[in-house]
Each structure stands twice: as structure tokens, then as C-alpha cells.
Design a protein around this ligand. Structure first.
Ligand SMILES: [Zn+2]
Length: 342
């Protein structure tokens, strides 16, 4: 009985926690091994009685499961051979399907074929799969950014769905990064998504950021915001950071390595705890993170392809309630603790 309950727990638990199928299967094979070992001749018979069943029964189950898996894998290979769409094209080269997909980008003089290749070769890390992360991630995926990392420790809640449009009602309870992974791959199977289901922390932030060319920060807490900025400044990685509250949003590109200020140059004093309310405390208009998050993706595409003029040294402030947008100049600050100032 315990043996069967173990399998039920592995498959139901894996589904509930949103694990990838291969990890669930690995755990299931591990459990089968435990059951077989429990019935091994040199083991005390009480152990075998405790987990239930008998050695031969579990062995036959394992053989049957292996045969079924082999059959399914073979069938998928055959289907893959017949299917004309090749999702995993050679790196750097576009398949005909990809050329068709990105045709509207390639038509733009400022992006063109070379720009689209740069997008495909790019690795972008998005911190937070919430309100700002939702449109930013979807548009990065649709734009054809080759590798998209997303880090977030939360799970999807019903109250998120008023604005966090990358998630769905059916995925309430699933970790946000896995829900975002599903949505991005459904939109564009030609990209690689790397979900990290955890909060960004000091211990591994530098190592993670080092793997990426550009970082987008859409978190709603100041600890993470200042941490991301410090790590990016130290690693010389450009950072597109945005924030929203109620009806207003702001966005800039912080790139002290190339002359602009860092986030801490512009906002040197961290607000006292409780002074700046989060969306959960103060409320937020549903489309606002859509507006600002889409701007984050827009600035990312421009930065990666070299199109137009980005927001380095400029802070864009959008007041949705009165439909007004202002851009103000921002400078490096001497003695900045994060980037050293200019
Ligand atoms: Zn600075």
C-alpha cells in the first residue's frame, strides 16, 4: 500500500508543484528502486511487508513502465521526423518558419536580419514574473530573444490575474516561473526559457547575472531592486528597471559602464519600510503594468539591436490617470555606493 501511495504522491505532488516531467519520472524511478531494494533477499522481511507488494510484482511494473516509455519516445521521434516544423534550428541561422515568424521585424530598417540575429543570440534575465514581468516576458519571447531567464519565488494567485496576464486561472497555485515558461513556449517554441523558482538573493545573484547580456527588473520590493542594481553595476551589465504604483509608472536604462547613472545614483536613499506602498497595499490599474512592462521589452529590443535611442541617462515617467508622459535627464552621482559615481 505504501508503495502505491508513494507513486501517487510523486505524480500528484510533481503536478501540484509544477515540476518538469523528467524530474517527476526520475523521482518515480527512484521510488521503484527503493521498493525493489526493500524486497531484496538480504533485507529484513518486515521492511518488504511495510512497503507492500513483492519483488516480482514491482519488477514487472518497472519493465512494463519502461516498455511504455520506450514506445512513446519512439512514436514521438517518428512524429518528429514527419513534422515539417523544426523548432530547434541551427544556432545563428534561421529556418524558413522562423524567417516567416520574424518577417515584420526583418522589414524594419533599424532591426533587419542582423538585428534579428542579435536578438536570437541574446540572453536576457527578467527578475520577477508579476505585473511588469508578464508583458515584458511575453514580448521578449515573441520578439525572438534566444534565451530568456526568469526568476521569481512566488506562485500564481487569483488576485494576480487582474494584471499579470502571462498567467491563467487554470494555473493558480503553480509557481509563476513555470506558468510563464508554459505561456512563452506556447507563444514561441523557437526560444529557450530558463525558469528559476526562487527569490533572487545575494549569495548567487552575481553568478546568475553573469550568464546574461541584459537584465530587466520588475520586482516590487526595494531589497531586490537595490540588490539587482548593485550586482549589475559590479558586473557591467545593463539594467532596465521599472516600477509602478496605482496610476504611475517609471522606467530607465541603468548602464554605468557606458556612462549613464545606476539606479542608486538616481535613488540614493532607500525609502523607509512602509513609506512606498506595494500594489497589494495601494492598488494598481490593470493595464498600467502592461504599458510599462511592454516599454521594458521595447527598450530591451532597442538595446539589443542598437536601434534608436535608449533610456540611458533618461528617466521616463508615465502618469496614466492624466495620460501624460515626461522624460527627465538623470546623471551619475559622485560617490555612489553601487557604481562608484562619475
Ligand atoms: Zn551609481
Amino acid at each position: 500500500m505504501i508503495g502505491i501511495l508513494g507513486f501517487v504522491a510523486v505524480f500528484a505532488g510533481g503536478r501540484w508543484l509544477g515540476w518538469a516531467a523528467r524530474w517527476v519520472w526520475l523521482l518515480a524511478w527512484g521510488w521503484l528502486l527503493v521498493l525493489l531494494l526493500a524486497h531484496a533477499p538480504y533485507m529484513p522481511p518486515e521492511l518488504g511487508a511495510f512497503v507492500g507488494g513483492e519483488f516480482r510484482g514491482w519488477f514487472v511494473l518497472g519493465v512494463l513502465a519502461a516498455l511504455a516509455l520506450a514506445y512513446r519516445t519512439g512514436l514521438r521521434r517518428l512524429q518528429g521526423r514527419v513534422a515539417p516544423v523544426v523548432a530547434e534550428a541551427r544556432p545563428g541561422a534561421f529556418s524558413a518558419v522562423e524567417l516567416d515568424r520574424y518577417a515584420r521585424h526583418i522589414l524594419l530598417r533599424e532591426i533587419g536580419g542582423p538585428g534579428q540575429k542579435r536578438l536570437k543570440a541574446a540572453k536576457v534575465l527578467v527578475v520577477g514574473a508579476g505585473g511588469l514581468g508578464s508583458p515584458a516576458l511575453l514580448y521578449l519571447a515573441a520578439s525572438g530573444v534566444g534565451v530568456i531567464g526568469v526568476i521569481d519565488g512566488d506562485a500564481v494567485e487569483g488576485s494576480n490575474l487582474q494584471r499579470q496576464i502571462i498567467h491563467t486561472d487554470a494555473r493558480i497555485g503553480m509557481p509563476k516561473v513555470f506558468s510563464a515558461d508554459v505561456a512563452m513556449k506556447a507563444l514561441n517554441p523557437f526560444i529557450e526559457v530558463r525558469p528559476y523558482h526562487r527569490q533572487l538573493e545575494e549569495g548567487f545573484a552575481a553568478e546568475l547575472v553573469a550568464e546574461y547580456d541584459l537584465v530587466l527588473d520588475g520586482t516590487d520590493n526595494f531589497d531586490t531592486r537595490y540588490l539587482v542594481n548593485r550586482v549589475c553595476a559590479a558586473a557591467g551589465k545593463p539594467l532596465i528597471s521599472a516600477a509602478i504604483t496605482q496610476w504611475e509608472g517609471q522606467i530607465s536604462l541603468y548602464d554605468p559602464t557606458h556612462g549613464g547613472p545606476c539606479f542608486e545614483c538616481v535613488f540614493p536613499v532607500r525609502p523607509a519600510p512602509g513609506m512606498v506602498p506595494t500594489c497589494a497595499e495601494a492598488g494598481v490599474a490593470a493595464p498600467l503594468p502592461g504599458v510599462i512592462g511592454a516599454m521594458m521589452a521595447m527598450e530591451a529590443v532597442k538595446h539589443l539591436t542598437g536601434a534608436g535611442q535608449g533610456l540611458r541617462g533618461r528617466l521616463m515617467i508615465h502618469d496614466a490617470l492624466y495620460a501624460e508622459t515626461r522624460v527627465i535627464g538623470v546623471k551619475r552621482r559622485a560617490g555612489c555606493a553601487a557604481c562608484g559615481g562619475g
